[in-house]
Design a protein around this ligand. Structure first.
Ligand SMILES: *[C@@H]1O[C@H](CO)[C@@H](O)[C@H](O)[C@H]1NC(C)=O
Ligand SMILES: *[C@@H]1O[C@H](CO)[C@@H](O)[C@H](O)[C@H]1NC(C)=O
Ligand SMILES: *[C@@H]1O[C@H](CO)[C@@H](O)[C@H](O)[C@H]1NC(C)=O
Ligand SMILES: *[C@@H]1O[C@H](CO)[C@@H](O)[C@H](O)[C@H]1NC(C)=O
Ligand SMILES: *[C@@H]1O[C@H](CO)[C@@H](O)[C@H](O)[C@H]1NC(C)=O
Length: 736
């Protein structure tokens, strides 16, 4: 089985860039190492040592026959968890909102560098599941966008960043873990086409980017646990996508010894349940027993160990890798104090990412601020939790300004610059008088607002992982309204001040209709989950030292029901919406969103001209040899689209040009428009530049269930280029 794959790999790697990781050599080394291991050692490197059994959140047994360590696996997707000091980067959803490939790569590299410095072999991220089909899904903010293309590009850039530093990345959670309620018992019943075109899509990018590992999720798919689902693991991930790395379980997502092994699981984590005394170990000695009694073939254990070893060699972790520099369990609140400071100058990158992720939703000309005489700063979200930014373990409370969600996808803030801290610094330089009301009480808010030229009111909305309930929200959000009576707070402020600016810190969309109904709300700034540099990044945008350049990575609806999806209370989600989530649904149903996918204002304006489409592709299925990601020819270039963009305003700014494709009628029931390209470009006033969107065969294919292949349909395709999914500036067609 491997020989065929490696021949294709060797051939394809010639065509790729020289820096591509070399699985073939890694497998040669792994084969040699495997030959030296006895049965106990093989089982040991695929089995966790129990929860809290080692310094990291996941640890494996170290063999003595080869110089291979107890592997250290550590959360989280926004920075190393349970250790300090580290950098608290903006969350995945903000990284997605930058639409900036270079920043996504740099963020991955910085997380990789901190992980390596700490001796972490395996960084448990990035996240493409949940994809985010449910706007209130608790962990959506850990991932980048509910659009599979944007998510896929972000996955690829992040993985290349992390792995470029020599750290193994993990694409998680595979697959259909779209809500927190009942996540460990429910079944996501996803039809084959929807699985391929939405939920699997970003995992394809991850595999294509040579991700070392994939993590199977808590839920079932079609009534079978994902971690013992032969169709998902053996057939789709390992055969169809040709994934050469290893599949690990989410923490305690394994439910069997034999079925999981035979279905393609390669590593179990953490090797025990979370109870005291630790129990429920499915592998280790039981895996050996299952081989001895003939229910699991020896070749399967060899394959598991081979994959785990190959990933380790792939990243060069056999040479000079640092020892683990912390113990996660040193303090139940803060994790371990690192023996080294790995943060370097990452605060600068954290600020740039936070700044470039801010989406300006509305601006009647009040922004950027120009040394106002007085400012009222209002709301508990304007200040850092007085008990400290890390006061709630795993950030499981919503006290003070919101800068990350809660659960395992968090890390420790080394510090948190609150909005008020940063604004006060700017105000004192400008001689601006600042009045504050830093609770969410409406009376004091109105009084403060009445006494100032401009009022800035802060509201938020939080969510996280199911193991913590915050203010009655069991992971998923109960509503899409702002928390802490945010609508009432804004009404009170806008009732007292004619220039009210609303700043939103949120895990995802909130319904803004009440706020927009206040005529005195003259600007809305969406700051998402900005991480440690929150206040500084906000001041950069509010005062115009940079023009805002973030774009929404999801749709903001006028009402929650408009999404047509939402987390379910029961044990089954049949995914009845199919392909039609987020803007695909709004476009299909002709529903007007409040702020569409891809939307975001700037302090300048951009013109689009000279759209040029140069595409040539043959119809039919991709049939090439399997390389990591799928058939080789699926990734073939089919040409490019280009457009000229000019800055027609008065300040320097960045624009995210977006390319959407409309499929011909020959492709059955396909969304009207699907994102297939984006480029972020910075332009000075008057400057004009051409951007090009390279297209591959994959970009114009749909998943043909009958053929079990990616197929390019015949007919007229439409190419839309614009500043959002609805602000289309020009379009053209090509015919296949
Ligand atoms: C396998 O090797 C380990 C050392 O890594 C040793 O402790 C164990 O006894 C060996 N097991 C067998 C069955 O030889
Ligand atoms: C789940 O069931 C649907 C409906 O029968 C089918 O289209 C799909 O391929 C199945 N998926 C998996 C992973 O078994
Ligand atoms: C073989 O051993 C495994 C591990 O103890 C066990 O789960 C499985 O039921 C056994 N199968 C048979 C047929 O004895
Ligand atoms: C949170 O703050 C309270 C009150 O100041 C304090 O007693 C507690 O120790 C703090 N916990 C953490 C984890 O910082
Ligand atoms: C840009 O500058 C010109 C000339 O000073 C002025 O007329 C125009 O209103 C400015 N545009 C904006 C958007 O500020």
């Amino acid at each position: 089985m491997h020989t065929l794959l490696w021949t294709a790999l060797a051939a394809s790697s010639l065509a790729q860039q020289a820096a591509a990781l070399d699985w073939a050599t890694a497998y040669d080394k792994a084969e040699a190492a495997l030959a030296l291991l006895n049965q106990t050692e093989k089982a040991g490197i695929v089995t966790g040592v129990t929860w809290e059994g080692g310094p990291c959140v996941g640890n494996t047994y170290a063999p003595t026959s080869i110089p291979y360590p107890s592997l250290c696996l550590q959360d989280s997707p926004l920075g190393p968890r349970f250790v300090y000091p580290v950098t608290a980067f903006p969350a995945g959803i903000n990284a997605g909102a930058t639409w900036d490939k270079q920043l996504l790569r740099a963020r991955g590299a910085a997380i990789g560098a901190e992980s390596k410095g700490l001796g972490i072999h395996v960084s448990l991220g990035p996240v493409a599941g949940p994809l985010g089909k449910n706007p209130g899904g608790g962990r959506n903010w850990e991932g980048f966008s509910n659009d599979p293309f944007l998510s896929g590009v972000a996955m690829s850039e992040t993985i290349q960043g992390i792995q470029g530093e020599g750290v193994q990345a993990v694409a998680k959670h595979y697959i259909g873990n779209e809500q927190e309620h009942n996540r460990e018992t429910m079944s996501s019943n996803i039809d084959d086409r929807t699985l391929h075109e939405l939920y699997l899509w970003p995992f394809v990018d991850a595999v294509k980017a040579d991700v070392a590992s994939v993590m199977c999720s808590y839920n079932k798919v079609n009534e079978t646990w994902t971690c013992e689902n032969d169709e998902l693991l053996n057939q789709i991930m390992k055969t169809e996508l040709g994934f050469p790395g290893y599949i690990m379980s989410d923490w305690n997502a394994q439910h069997s010894t034999v079925a999981s092994a035979n279905s393609g699981l390669d590593m179990t984590m953490p090797g025990s349940d979370f109870s005291e005394p630790r129990g429920n170990i499915f592998w280790g000695d039981y895996l050996i027993e299952a081989i001895n009694n003939g229910s699991v073939p020896q070749t399967r254990l060899d394959d598991m160990a081979l994959r785990v070893l190959a990933a380790w060699y792939l990243l060069g972790q056999d040479e000079g890798y640092p020892a683990v520099q912390f113990n996660s369990w040193e303090s139940s609140d803060h994790g371990g104090h690192a023996a080294v400071d790995v943060t370097g100058d990452h605060s600068k990158l954290a600020r740039t990412l936070a700044r470039d992720s801010i989406v300006l939703l509305k601006n009647d000309g009040v922004l950027p601020l120009a040394s106002p005489a007085s400012l009222a700063i209002i709301g508990s979200d304007a200040i850092v939790n007085p008990a400290g930014p890390n006061n709630c373990s795993d950030r499981g409370c919503d006290v003070g300004t919101l800068a990350m969600g809660w659960g395992s996808g968090t890390d420790q803030f080394p510090y948190l610059i609150g909005p008020l801290d940063a604004i006060q610094e700017q105000a004192s330089a400008d001689g601006t008088r600042v009045v504050t009301s830093t609770t969410d009480e409406t009376g004091p808010a109105a009084s403060a607002a009445a006494g100032a030229d401009i009022a800035i009111v802060f509201i938020n909305s939080d969510s996280g992982e199911a193991f913590i309930t915050v203010e009655g929200n069991e992971g998923d959000r109960n509503t899409l309204d702002p928390w802490h009576n945010g609508n009432g707070l804004v009404q009170a402020v806008a009732g007292a001040n004619k220039k009210t600016i609303v700043v939103v810190h949120s895990v995802g969309p909130i319904i803004l209709e009440t706020i927009l109904a206040q005529p005195n709300v003259v600007a809305i700034v969406w700051a998402g989950l900005p991480g440690q540099e929150s206040g500084n990044a906000l001041v950069d945008v509010l005062y115009g030292s940079v023009s805002p350049s973030g774009k929404l990575p999801y749709t903001i609806a006028k009402k929650e029901a408009d999404y047509g999806t939402g987390w379910v209370m029961g044990e089954i989600d049949d995914y009845p919406e199919g392909l039609f989530i987020d803007y695909r649904h709004f476009d299909h149903e002709g529903i007007q969103p409040r702020y569409e996918f891809g939307y975001g204002l700037s302090y300048t304006t951009f013109d689009y001209s000279y759209l040029h489409v140069d595409v040539s592709v043959s119809p039919g299925p991709a049939t090439g040899l399997t390389v990591p990601g799928g058939p080789e020819d699926l990734f073939d270039s089919i040409g490019e689209v280009s457009v000229s963009i000019s800055n027609t305003g008065n300040v320097t700014g960045q624009e995210v040009a977006q390319l959407y494709i409309g499929f011909p009628a020959d492709a059955p029931s396909t969304p009207p428009k699907q994102l297939r390209g984006f480029e972020k470009i910075q332009l000075t006033p008057g400057q004009e530049e051409e951007v090009t969107f390279p297209l591959t065969r994959r970009d114009v294919s749909y998943w043909d269930v009958g053929a079990q292949a990616w197929v390019v349909p015949q007919g007229d395709f439409t190419v839309y280029v614009g500043a959002s999914s609805r602000d289309i500036r020009d379009y053209d067609t090509f015919t296949v």
